[in-house]
Design a protein around this ligand. Structure first.
Ligand code: IMP
Length: 181
């Protein structure tokens, strides 16, 4: 395994290995299997960052469930959020009385998630919880009570890999790497 890699113009060091991600994903899936047993949950993945986590998580679920994806056009490239959000694409339109699990790659400031939750609640779902692979507790602007399942809490530093990008590069890396300054 390479401990240091280059993505675009920056160097990154290993942060969380794919093996650790898989172990943690299995633990979360076991919890979801128990808590949503007879609820036929609808998992809604937030693209693009969720694609590997969503796949690995759902391979470990053993309950009847449905799967959908949505996308939020957000800030592009760079290392920091501008807090600018534009639009939601592809949110299913039949969410009333459904039990929803929103699957995210990372919750940073929480602005993206807040925006998604606002739109989701307009449809009066039965319940809404969020499952995020990563969470930066130091970066969140206001607490999000729906954030029930968190893979790893990480410091307020930029990470790439396993779905997460740096200027659209690095999503395909199997491990998660942190920026080295
Ligand atoms: P938030 O709205 O600040 O919570 O940011 C959420 C989105 O920002 C995530 O879905 C990612 O696309 C992106 N993001 C935030 N932090 C990182 C990071 O460390 N690496 C890669 N993308 C990130």
């Amino acid at each position: 395994m390479m401990n240091t890699i280059e993505v675009g113009d920056r160097k990154f060091g290993i942060s969380i290995t794919n093996e650790r991600i898989n172990e943690r994903t299995k633990e979360i899936a076991a919890q979801i299997n128990a808590e949503y047993k007879d609820k036929r949950p609808l998992f809604i993945g937030v693209l693009n960052g969720c694609f590997l986590f969503m796949a690995d998580l759902l391979k470990e679920t053993v309950i009847p469930c449905e799967v959908a994806f949505m996308k939020v056009s957000s800030y592009k490239g760079g290392l920091t959020s501008t807090g600018e959000l534009k639009e939601i694409f592809g949110l299913p339109e039949n969410l009333q009385d459904r039990h929803l699990v929103i699957v995210e790659d990372i919750v940073d400031t929480g602005l993206t998630l807040k925006y998604i939750l606002e739109k989701v609640y307009l449809q009066q779902p039965a319940s809404v919880r969020v499952c995020s692979l990563l969470f930066k507790p130091e970066a969140i602007l206001s607490p999000i009570k729906e954030l029930e399942y968190v893979g790893f809490e990480i410091p307020n530093e930029f990470v790439v890999g396993y779905g997460l990008d740096y200027d659209e590069l690095g999503r395909n890396l199997k491990h998660i790497y942190r920026t080295i300054s």
